[in-house]
Design a protein around this ligand. Structure first.
Ligand code: OAD
Length: 258
């Protein structure tokens, strides 16, 4: 039984804004990939209940136990490649055609957004799809790196170790990523936050930036978050149901070719 009434009825006071907006940003977290079959981090049974972040998601952990950390990420990469994008990922790929200026900012490393067709994408926490040398920065597709060496990190020609190209706790975000995302959030007329608990900074700060700069804030999450009280519209439903419904509702209030 769907949780939302479909077609979704947008609040009358938001319709003109959503109908006219030219700049939109979507900000995604692990919840958008839940219906594809991937675990979130902080829900019951989530990734950080299976392992401790300090044992798997820090440079120090990698240096202490490279084989353990590499194998864990190789398995996560295998799982992410084995599942398919869901209707929420595909709906967001369509937002690139709906809005003249659209940016998708994701905290996810699972690669499902690009596989669903999203191109205007900032991957704030890096990606599982690539391995990179811890020393010289050389990059290799994760599939090739894992095929070469499933149980321990492959050794680079420079002598360094290859690691997953994700951002670990205590590391800086990819160069320029947060600056570009902040700029887009500050200009956004619509800011859509989907499937994130809003716990991890600096990424979660984008929601505040968009709110302070006057964006219409929409949240999709079955559970309330620290940002729910700021939202102009909260859809308490799974992303795979809510995002296609929201997309159709926004399209219905936009004149053709806006
Ligand atoms: P969390 O696990 O913290 O939050 C996932 C959110 O998704 C929760 O608020 C859930 O209520 C919501 N959720 C669950 N099922 C959903 C569904 N079907 N549709 C929509 N929402 C759903 O994950 P993130 O917020 O992504 O960083 O976590 C942020 C960062 O913390 C991650 O990028 C990762 C982690 O540590 C690093 O590893 C650097």
């Amino acid at each position: 039984m769907p949780l939302l009434d479909t077609p979704l009825e947008l609040p009358a006071e938001l319709r003109p804004r959503l109908g006219k907006a030219r700049r939109a940003v979507a900000f995604t977290g692990a919840g958008i990939s839940k219906e594809s079959g991937l675990d979130t981090f902080r829900d019951v049974g989530g990734v950080w209940q299976q392992v401790r972040p300090e044992d798997m998601a820090t440079l120090d952990a990698f240096r202490r136990r490279p084989a353990v950390v590499w194998s864990w990420y190789a398995e996560r990469w295998g799982r992410a490649s084995a599942v398919a994008p869901n209707p929420a990922h595909f709906a967001l790929a369509r937002w690139e055609e709906i809005f003249p200026y659209f940016t998708l900012v994701t905290q996810n490393v699972d690669g499902l957004h690009p596989r669903a067709g999203s191109r205007r994408l900032i991957e704030l926490h890096g990606t599982l799809a690539w391995a990179r040398c811890d020393f010289c920065g050389f990059r290799l597709p994760m599939g090739e790196a894992v095929a070469k060496s499933p149980d321990r990190p492959p050794v680079c020609d420079c002598g360094g170790l290859l690691r997953p190209a994700v951002v670990w706790f205590g590391e800086t975000l990819p160069p320029g990523a947060m600056e570009r995302a902040t700029e887009e959030a500050s200009l956004a007329e619509i800011f859509l936050s989907i499937g994130t608990s809003g716990n991890v900074y600096p990424a979660a700060g984008l929601i505040d930036v968009a709110h302070q700069c006057g964006a219409c804030l929409i949240e999709i999450n079955p559970e309330p978050t620290p940002f729910s009280r700021l939202a102009h519209l909260s859809l308490r439903a799974p992303a795979g149901e809510a995002l296609p419904a929201l997309t159709e509702a926004i399209l219905a209030c936009r004149p053709p070719n806006t």
